[in-house]
Design a protein around this ligand. Structure first.
Ligand code: CA
Length: 653
């Protein structure tokens, strides 16, 4: 072939290959990324990789998108990460030099990480915990070497420690861009719990940083933005001490874990308020999102498929990217002076795929788990008890083999967007509640979560054999999972089989307004009482008491609206005493006439609940159904009393 023919061939091939791709999409990337408008060139995209040295010592290898082993920092830099964050603990080792785990992050580790970041052209973000191990809203323990110090001596120690650390980083040529004086310091730091003393420690750290790295930004860092009033307090306290000459800082930073930390609207609101009120820069200092619900290291994860937390995106690679993209958009376009987003521990993955035993050995030896057993000398109550592996391996940007996930490209791609074809990424999993006596109706469509996070209904086929359906109806109240298929993906529906109660306020917890009380003999007391010990369930019940003989006679009724046609049974419970001769029963009225009544109900003493049902009755269209209890007590002369609770109107087959 001539050169010209080759060229024509090349052109043709290029055209053919390019045609199926959407405009503006990176070749070969199925990741949908909506452009973040107004994203500054110098916006901080940080990655906390504090565990990396312990991971590598444990045998972890990281790969690039070309499938070749690669330097982690290079892979991150190539994908838009321009800052590396590292935590620094004062002394995370026991007296025999055995590491506490969590990466054994002391200052030599930070220097090593900083050097590698610098080699990849990245700045370092130093996160001083001022503790010998994890500091967070739950604990801010004083470093062992500072124990027993008064605040002046402790501040001096914080200054000296920080200055030494910064000098070592400087000496190694590390490009420090930002330093945090404390980590998630929600009202405590290094064992200090008053804002004045916290400000002293922060100020000592900040002064030491400025002495060695005068241009580095000083950040304070808090957690739980879902409580904006707490943030207002933190910012106000810091402002008070700043005006008094303590702790000049540049950045008010927050953790934002979408599962627990409120909405993006709330986040942008409170961070903008602080930026405007105090003239500070703001940023998201920590975030992460699960790409899978699976655990990969034999140590349970914080976030999995179950659990009660907010799940705005599916736990998929695309869901993880969408979470990061939308947080970035909020910081850039929803906050005043939002300067960055830092992802937490995106390279902390399993140290082995064999067994818990193998991994455990590495966690202990190299500190690649969240805590080793050696941490017990410092934190016996938590780390000393629950030490082990990695609880966030399903939130990394690398899979269990060390290969980068497609989502890692989001930092780079959100600058221009990536218009990959929008496709179904996951299915929502609907929940259905079914009356045991009624046919089970499963949804005909389920929502597909599209890669652009929109929803699209897809027809679904459920796998529910008649036999299972019957068993579900006959086995009493229970919860089931039904599998199915929709759009080529496995679907799931959660079904709760329940004995549905058609009565409103059946246990009187809502105050009883759905009920009509007719007091025929003017009892001394007849009302809804709030007293948990005297209730069958909940904390409220219907109470009666009357001193004189023959002064208790009443009905308690509820007339039903919207009751479906079918067969039903009404039941109710009562306890009481000192009632003498009684005439008590539950009944059902159809169009005002009693058509069914229970056996006589007995009141025989405190907590001796008697539950009785009416015979089954049929409700036809057009009939008005009223259920009720009739109570008549002659009394014994001591004051007849009783309690009524838990009225049930259930359908029967
Ligand atoms: Ca795990």
């Amino acid at each position: 072939m001539t050169g010209k023919a080759l060229f024509s061939m090349f052109l043709l091939l290029s055209l053919l290959l390019a045609l199926p791709m959407a405009a503006g999409a990176e070749e070969g990337s199925p990741l949908f990324v909506k452009k973040v408008e107004n994203l500054p060139d110098d916006f901080i995209f940080g990655m906390d990789v504090s565990s990396v040295l312990a991971e590598e010592a444990s045998g972890v290898t990281y790969y690039g998108f070309d499938g070749q082993p690669a330097d982690l920092f290079r892979v991150l830099a190539d994908n838009g990460i321009n800052y590396i964050r590292v935590r620094v603990w004062n002394d995370p080792f026991d007296s025999q030099g055995r590491g506490f785990g969590g990466g054994n992050c002391d200052i030599p580790a930070a220097v090593e990480i900083g050097k590698r970041a610098a080699a990849a052209g990245q700045k370092l973000l130093v996160d001083f915990h001022y503790s010998d191990f994890w500091a967070d809203p739950g604990k801010q323990m004083v470093p062992r070497a500072w124990k027993g110090m008064g605040i002046e001596e402790k501040s001096e120690a914080a200054f000296t420690f920080t200055r030494d650390c910064m000098a070592q980083l400087k000496e190694a040529g590390v490009d420090v861009g930002m330093v945090q004086v404390g980590n998630e310091t929600n009202g405590a730091l290094a064992g200090e719990k008053t804002w004045m003393n916290i400000a002293y420690i922060m100020d000592a750290g900040a002064r030491a940083v400025r002495e060695i790295y005068p241009d580095a930004l000083i950040a304070v860092h808090f957690a739980n933005p879902e409580n904006p009033d707490s943030y207002r307090t933190y910012a106000k306290k810091l402002d008070y001490y700043e005006k008094g000459g303590l702790i000049h800082y540049d950045v008010f930073a927050t953790s934002y874990y979408p599962y627990w930390h409120g909405t993006l609207e709330n986040l942008s609101g409170i961070m903008t308020e602080i930026a405007e009120t105090y003239g500070k820069k703001v940023m998201v200092m920590e975030t992460s999102y699960a790409y899978t619900g699976e655990d990969t290291d034999f140590f349970g994860n914080t976030i999995g498929d179950g659990g009660s937390f907010t799940k705005d995106y599916p736990f998929t690679v695309q869901g993880q990217a969408n979470s990061v993209r939308n947080i970035t958009d909020t910081v850039v376009n929803g906050m005043k002076d939002g300067i960055g987003v830092c992802y937490w521990e995106g390279a902390w993955i399993t140290v082995g795929n064999g067994s818990w035993e193998e991994n455990h050995e590495k966690w202990e030896k190299y500190g690649s788990g969240w805590a080793s057993s050696y941490a017990a000398v410092y934190d016996p109550g938590d780390a000393g008890k629950y030490y082990g592996g990695n609880a966030v391996d399903n939130q990394a940007f690398f899979d269990a083999e060390g290969c980068p996930l497609e989502s890692l490209k989001v930092f780079r791609l959100m600058r221009d967007g990536n218009a990959a074809e929008v496709r179904a990424d996951a299915l929502e999993e609907p929940s259905v509640v079914c009356d045991l006596a009624m046919p089970l109706e499963l949804p005909e469509t389920v929502n597909a979560v599209m890669t652009d996070n929109s929803r699209r209904p897809v027809p679904v086929t459920w796998n529910l054999p008649a036999e299972k359906d019957r068993a579900m109806h006959e086995s009493g109240p229970d919860r089931y999972e039904i599998d199915g298929e929709a759009g080529g993906m496995p679907a799931k529906c959660y079904v709760s089989m329940i004995e549905y109660n058609y009565l409103a306020d059946y246990s009187f917890e809502e105050g009883g307004s759905a009920w009509v009380i007719t007091d025929l003999k003017k009892a001394d007391e007849l009302y809804i009482e709030d007293k948990k010990n005297d209730s069958l369930t909940g904390s409220k019940h219907m109470h009666f008491w009357s001193a004189a003989r023959d002064s208790v006679e009443f009905t308690l009724e509820q007339t039903m609206a919207g009751l479906p046609e079918g067969k039903f049974r009404f039941s109710v419970s009562i306890m009481g005493g000192d009632c003498g001769d009684t005439d008590i029963y539950a009944y059902v009225k159809v169009n005002g006439e009693i058509i069914a009544r229970s056996e006589p109900m007995a009141v025989t003493g405190y907590a001796q609940w008697d539950t009785k049902s009416t015979p089954v009755f049929t409700h036809s269209a057009g009939d008005e159904i009223t259920v009720g209890v009739y109570v008549k007590c002659a009394g014994s002369g001591n004051g007849a009393w009783g309690k009524i609770d838990d009225a049930m109107l259930n359908s029967v087959q």
